[in-house]
Design a protein around this ligand. Structure first.
Ligand code: F0G
Length: 350
């Protein structure tokens, strides 16, 4: 792959001669065969698109490089976003690289500490809002209507443009689209972006078909599934703790045009998928990112037949961002003195 998303996929992106071309290493993330899970789940081939390998540890970097490049092209000096943590980390990093200032509004107490640390170290201006993500997004919308600051949430179409490149990469590696794409849904930008990418590659003749889109929301934050906004969304998967997604209609269109579904997974299902992915595939995903695999496991347990199907689960963000829940649920480990005999005994070697 050529250097970065902007350069590699420029013919599919809103790149002009005036667009600054740069990268901090986004894109070209691994599509990992999850051979250990295929038999249990009962599918022919299962792949995990590990977006945690992006420079700030989430898929947001693909969209952010395009959004920031276009902001610079348009003469902007500052960007702003509301975030459950990953968008803000990404905005702050790309703004830092490009000498822009980044303002981020995050729901106080409901963002994983790793993500907060990222915003701090990249020197964003941080507002911890006494409110949730949906309220933060409303604030950001009002601010960008009044002030010359560029909005870099996924309402900014350049974000969707960049994020669709993940669909391109999947097709470039597999040679065609998978039969199914499983994906977590929060503010619903990513499912919108993947569907756009698969459709464009299909129209360009790069893929013979389009996948069925399978979106999953957390049980306590499932407005699209319920059909109405959720005023007080709650889930352990703080990244998708969203009650009124900005790209609601586009997500529903992706679902319907692809003959797919948007369904619910519980927090328990999310956490057990997270553990399974780590213990069987060596991939540490943050909780929200495991909603895709949790959805697949749920569908297969309900008797859906995937035995002849090629499936991709999108793993949206890295587990190192949010270690709290894993540490809290850990079994106690042996604490021993630096004594060989004691350690041999502890390991069970003698
Ligand atoms: N997975 C992770 C790790 C996320 O951070 C997000 C969204 C999603 C899934 C859902 O993607 O919103 O496009 O449907 N995080 C946003 C943020 C809201 O502020 O970082 P979506």
């Amino acid at each position: 792959m050529k250097n970065g998303v902007l350069e590699h996929y420029k013919e599919y992106l809103p790149v002009t001669p005036d667009t600054p071309m740069f990268t901090i290493g986004e894109g070209n993330t691994p599509l990992i065969r999850a051979a250990n899970l295929e038999k249990d789940i009962g599918c022919k081939e299962l792949y995990l698109k590990f977006e945690g390998c992006n420079p700030t540890g989430s898929f947001k970097d693909r969209g952010m490089v395009v959004a920031i490049a276009k902001a610079i092209e348009e003469g902007s000096k500052a960007v702003i976003c509301a975030s459950t943590g990953n968008t803000s980390a990404s905005a702050a990093a790309y703004a830092a690289y490009c000498n822009l200032s980044a303002i981020i509004i995050v729901p106080q107490g409901n963002i994983a500490l790793g993500k907060l640390a990222q915003a701090i170290v990249y020197k964003a201006k941080i507002i911890a809002l006494d409110g949730n993500f949906d309220q933060a997004l409303n604030m950001v919308r009002s601010i960008t209507e009044k002030h010359p600051v560029t909005l870099v949430n996924s309402l900014n179409p350049n974000r969707i443009e960049g994020q669709k490149t993940a669909a391109f990469e999947i097709v470039d590696v597999l040679g065609d689209a998978p039969d199914y794409l499983f994906i977590p849904v929060g503010n619903a930008g990513n499912i919108t972006a993947y569907w756009k990418g698969f459709k464009e590659y299909h129209e360009a003749g790069k893929a013979g078909h389009r996948p069925i889109m399978m979106g999953f929301q957390a049980e306590g934050a499932a407005p699209i599934v319920l059909g109405h906004p959720v005023e007080k969304p709650e889930t352990v998967a703080t990244a998708i703790r969203i009650g009124n997604p900005a790209s609601w209609e586009k997500a529903v269109a992706a679902r319907d045009e692809s003959d797919g579904i948007i369904d619910i997974v519980t927090d328990d299902e999310i956490l057990s998928a997270q553990k399974l992915m780590a213990s069987k595939c060596g991939i540490f995903a943050e909780p929200a990112s495991a909603a895709s695999l949790a959805g697949l496991i749920k569908m297969s347990a309900q008797g859906k037949d995937f035995s002849s199907k090629k499936i991709v689960c999108v793993v949206t963000g890295h587990g190192l961002k949010d270690t709290d829940i894993v540490l809290k649920s850990s079994e106690p480990f042996l604490e021993l003195p630096a004594d060989l005999a004691a350690i041999e005994k502890g390991i069970g070697l003698v």
